[in-house]
Design a protein around this ligand. Sequence first.
Ligand code: PLP
Length: 387
Amino acid sequence: LVPGLISQTLDDDDVEVAREWLSKPESWHGYEVSEALASAFARWNGSLSGCAFLGGRVALSACLHALDLKPGDEVIVPGYTCVVVPNAIRFAGLRVVYSDIETETYGLDVNHLAAKLTERTRAVLIQHLYGLVCRDLEATLSFAKRYNLAVIEDCAHATGAQFKGRRVGNFGDVAFFSFERSKVLTTIIGGLAVTNRRDLAERLRQFWERAPGPSSEHVQRQLLNVPLDYYQSKSGSRWLSSEVIEAKYGAYRLVSTSEEEIRGIRPQHYGCRMPDPIAALGLNQLRKLDAYNRSRRDNAVRWERWCEANGYAKPVVVADSEPVFLRYPVIVEPEKKRSRAWALAELGVELGVWFVSQVHPGPEVVTACPTAEEAVRRCVNFPCLFP
Ligand SMILES: *Cc1c(COP(=O)(O)O)cnc(C)c1O
C-alpha cells in the first residue's frame, strides 16, 4: 500500500463499530450519540458547546445561522479555499469577498484585509490549512475587533492544532471542523461546529434541532464506506483483497462533493445533522486522535529533512503553536505539481495537490489574489500518516 491521501485513521475497531450499527437499522435515526459526540468533542477542544452535522460545510452553515447575518452581508474569505466554503456562504444569501493569502502558512494575509472592507462586511473567515496554525491569527483577530467583524475559524484541516496552549476553534466567535475522509479524523462524511459564546451556542443548537437527518439508505451507504476505505487504503490483511472489497462494496462509494456542488449548485439533501451511527464512529475516532496527531508530527520530520536536503522552504510553524500536519505543504516548481509521478518514484508516496484551483476543485475565477494563484501553481503536499 502506498501512503496515500485519505485519513489513515480508520482501524479494525472502526470497522467493528460500523458493523455493529449496520446490524441495528432501528437505531439509525437517533440523535443521542450525536449529542454525546458533540459534547465530548467540545470538551476535548476546550470549547463551551458543539453540534454535529453531516459535513464541515453544514457545520459552517450552522455557524452562519448562529451569527445571524443578513442577506447581502459580506464575508471575507481566503482566495485559496475549498468550494464548499463559498457555497455555504452563498446558500445563506450572503456575499463572498476573496482576499489574498501568504505562503508561509497558507492563511489570510492580514495586510490585504483593509482593502476588502465595505459597509456590508460583517465577518471574516480564517483557515488553518494543512494543519498549520495560520500566521496572521492574532493580527486578524485584532483587525476584526477594530472593525466589529465576527470571526469564523475554518479548522477543517487542523483538528487538535494549538496556539498558546489552546486548541484552534477557540479564537474566533464560531468554528467548524471536518470529519471528511481525507481529514485529521474521519467519519467518511461529517463535521462539527463549536463556540464559546452562550448566545451563539443557543443558535447553533437551534439550527441543529431544525436540521433534517439523512435517509436510511444514506446511513447504510456511509457505514459501508468504512470497510471500503479501511481495506483499500490501510489494512494489511491479505484475505480481503482490494478487488474483493471493490466487488462487495464498490457500488456504495460516496463522493463528498458532487459535480453540481463543485459548480456551486445547492445539493438536494444539503444540511443534515449527524445521526447516531456516524457519531459512534466519531467517538471512536476521537479516542485515538491525540495519538494519531503525535504520529503526524513525528512523520513531518521526514519532510522537513527533505526540504532541507533539496533546498525548499519549510512551512512556517508560528511561535507558540503546535501544528497537526494533516499534510506537509511545500512550494515546488510548477512542473512538479503538474506531473505527480516523481513523488511515487522518488519518495514512495502519493503526492497531494490541494489546491488545484483557488476555489478547489471548482472553476470559479478569483481575481486579485496573486499569491493564492502562485500556491495553486506550486504548492504540493505530502502525507504525514502511513498505513
Ligand atoms: C474539507 C474542507 C471543508 C469542508 O469540510 P466537509 O466536511 O468536506 O464539508 C472546509 N474547508 C476546508 C479548507 C476543507 O478542506
